[in-house]
Ligand binder design. Sequence first.
Ligand code: PBG
Length: 327
Amino acid sequence: MSFPARRLRRLRATPATRRLVAETRLSPDDLVAPLFVRQGIAEPRPIPSLPGVFQHTVDSLCTEAKRLGSLGVPGIVLFGVPERKDPFGSEASDPKGIAQVALRAVRDAVGDDLVVMADLCLDEYTDHGHCGLVGPDGRVDNDSTLERYKEVAVAQAEAGAAVVAPSGMMDGQVAAIRAGLDESGHSEVAILAYSAKYASALYGPFREAVEVTIAGGGDRRSYQQDFHNAAEALAEVRLDLEEGADMVMVKPGVTYLDVLAAVAASVEAPVAAYQVSGEYAMVKAAAERGYLDGEAVALEQLTALKRAGAAFVLTYFAAEVAELLGA
Ligand code: PBG
């Protein structure tokens, strides 16, 4: 009888051994919670396709932010849902717009205890649902959109955002926003660029959360990346860093671990990953049916994102997992 020369199972024998040799550790420090705030509601509203996630009032948003802070989560990213939408997404840069009102309130509530980030885009605010301005030819116009992004960045910085996170995938958006912030005296505000953001069917529940329908059954494939491609993600990341991004992101996360690993290996800046709404909803739906253990899958997926190189993860599981990890 011959015996294996090396026994890898020795280091898997007990929980303590496994803990001792674990390469990747997940902690609440790794998590950022995406939060939605809706104008014109008196009570928080559940989002049916995202169990456990709400459209918040300004008050309930502040309460939730404080709760996340006490669970050890270091950051939130805020999405505003306005009552009124128009072709220019005017509410996105209005100092009295819902996102700005909420940023001010949440910053007052948490100060510097949490990193308060603002998603910077127009789609929640435009009546056509695109992330940019639509020209007379029906296409999303790159350069006029950059002017709007600058205005939104300045409004968000003035309302107290410590980080702005442009998610619109226009070319040159990071340079435009950096210039807008610097020219208005907000050079301390950092940019987390959604650099490698793919046109994905996994954003479905998010669009319910922010009440966005793209006009005419359209899609975002003329500005978000094609999921057949990985190399251009490296180009997107390089350009964003050259334009002044402080941190970059790969999105979706779980479905794009190869892209995340390649990006993380190629840059020195922190790389974030976004476990998006569809990735969260799949786990929740399957867990509700008893097909799998939702908490176990959440821990496995979030650890996988870190193992692939994420410095931190934007996830709707933030509070739930922080609670689990702290227990
Ligand atoms: C655009 C934006 C989207 C998401 C974050 N920012 C949607 C889109 O590009 O259509 C998706 C997040 C998610 O699915 O969880 N402002």
